[in-house]
Design a protein around this ligand. Sequence first.
Ligand code: NAD
Length: 275
Amino acid sequence: SNVPFITLNNGVRMPQLGFGVWQIPDDEAQVAVRNALDAGYRSIDTAAIYGNEEGTGKGLAASGVARDELFITTKLQNGDQGYDSALRAFDTSLTKLGLEYVDLYLIHWPLPAVDKYVDSWKAFEKIYAEGRAKAIGLSNFHPAHIQRLLSETSIVPVIDQIELHPQLPQAELRAFNARHEIATEAWSPLGQGKGLLEDPKLAAIAEKHGKSPAQVVLRWHLDLGNVVIPKSVTPSRIKENIDVFDFQLDSEDLAAIDSLGTGVRLGFDPETFNG
Ligand code: NAD
């Protein structure tokens, strides 16, 4: 496929567009992952809390795609934060996925009031040193949480996976990450397919380029430098969401998309969510 790679701060290359599997039941994940791999995706984003690491692993194994062509991300679930529990949780995730290593392991949420992310990160550093995760990173971390890791631990996270879509463009957090050589990955990049994709401004841009609103939104993310992981179980949409490398948005389009920002979140606020 034509998916470009970004180079993470430890030299590992990550496809800029991947496939998210949140809310796909375990017994449907195998087929969904297989459909994504057949469509050309090579990066898959799962998490222990999604309950579909086994189905995801089955889809990877059945595909016959070589391990070194795949980029597999999973995440430490909130209840397993802490040094020893994170090490145990990582072993469980690897077993469920049927893999000897993951490409990227993320702390799913900072849980500031729980205050275990520094210890969890020290476990991540050990997992990384052992080569069982080729890169380690964060999800839903804000600058204060990241600053604390930078001052109390050794390894700079490669990425921060955050809620990011045209309605919540996250300019400040993206700039903070960029200053620290931390890549930004967008979760719910399509705004979960709810109101956003029906916006008439997006429809007009899509029509102008002969593409769909979802494709326009994904192109916007790629132009910003975000890693994106759109989710779908519908084979035609799985194909549509990776078919975004044959058109370019112009400055007028980008300005119209920028005007969609509302600052309203679809998910939890990392400052107040404590699992
Ligand atoms: P998304 O923004 O990818 O939207 C997915 C939904 O949009 C689909 O269920 C479908 O209803 C619709 N859709 C998809 N393709 C479409 C198309 N081409 N045309 C029209 N509608 C379309 O939402 P998401 O699943 O929440 O986010 C993507 C991934 O991000 C998840 O699967 C997961 O891997 C990750 N994620 C991570 C966190 C986190 O806390 N780290 C939180 C949420 C999601």
